[in-house]
Ligand binder design. Structure first.
Ligand SMILES: [Zn+2]
Length: 277
């Protein structure tokens, strides 16, 4: 009963505060010297979903920290590939990719779950781990995969789980009675995430667009540096590109990139507190 009351109260306060603060809230891409925490199911969704925004945030001297739920060790069609090797490849590719966007590899946290298996991880442990990260990093802004998007929700196991788990952890991080051992043993204090942006939103729910024109090519460079995610390396692994394949992959990414009013943009669903606006 008390829990319900706290939830409802938080919802009301969140709705009130978000509306009251909206006029003063700076644009995400204009933030300076803030801490930004990005949760991603796999070591490529951060780049595909928010790579341009991450590049802009790094350019503005924000501290961007990327948390990756899984090691992405299953997504290859190459019969010669094995999971251990693929995990190493994906890790190295993500470090290069984020490096292009300005994120040092020291700012990448690997949670290390197996690809496709996040749903079968012990749920309390998964939420507790993400909660500890939030309480330790204490981000000004959190980015994550959208728990509301239909395709992600029904068809993408790790995306579904990462999305729900992150938002569950955001909620738990606020209340000291969730995972109280974190305060007792590690000195981690409760923390309320002030602002969240969800990437991969449904077109109907996207309510925030970041113009990435100035970093779009950087984003496509970063994305295509994850060679194993694309053909032909996905079917027969090779660490590099033929120039014509690379040009074709970048052209496809340009075509796929969301546009608004003639500009390259990244779409988000913006939220404050743990409730949508
Ligand atoms: Zn993914």
């Amino acid at each position: 009963m008390k829990k319900t009351l706290a939830c409802c109260l938080a919802l009301l306060i969140s709705a009130h505060v978000s509306h009251a603060q909206q006029p003063q809230t700076p644009r995400l891409e204009d933030l300076h010297d803030k801490t930004i925490l990005v949760f991603t199911p796999h070591p490529d969704d951060d780049v595909f979903g928010a790579g341009g925004t991450i590049a802009l945030l790094n350019r503005n001297h924000n501290k961007v920290i990327i948390v990756i739920y899984t090691n992405d060790d299953k997504g290859s069609f190459d019969p010669e590939m094995n999971s251990q090797r693929l995990a190493q490849i994906r890790r190295a590719e993500e470090e290069v990719s984020q490096g292009i966007l300005g994120t040092p590899k020291e700012n990448i946290i690997w949670m290390g779950y197996d690809d496709g298996m996040l749903e079968y991880a012990p749920q309390p442990k998964l939420t507790e781990e993400a909660t500890a990260i939030i309480r330790r990093i204490r981000p000004d802004v959190l980015l994550s995969v959208d728990p509301g998007e239909w395709y992600e929700r029904w068809h993408m196991t790790d995306h579904r789980m990462a999305a729900f788990n992150t938002i569950d952890a955001v909620r738990a991080a606020e209340f000291h009675l969730y995972f109280p051992n974190q305060r007792l043993q590690q000195g981690l204090q409760p923390y309320k995430v002030p602002e969240m942006y969800f990437f991969y939103p449904s077109p109907q729910e996207a309510n925030y667009f970041v113009n990435i024109d100035s970093v779009a090519e950087l984003k496509f460079d970063a994305a295509t540096s994850q060679v194993s995610q694309f053909q032909p390396a996905a079917s027969k692994y090779r660490p590099d590109w033929d120039p014509e394949d690379l040009a074709k992959a970048k052209a496809e990414l340009r075509d796929l990139q969301t546009r608004k009013d003639g500009h390259f943009v990244e779409a988000f669903r913006r939220s404050t507190g743990f409730n949508p606006d």
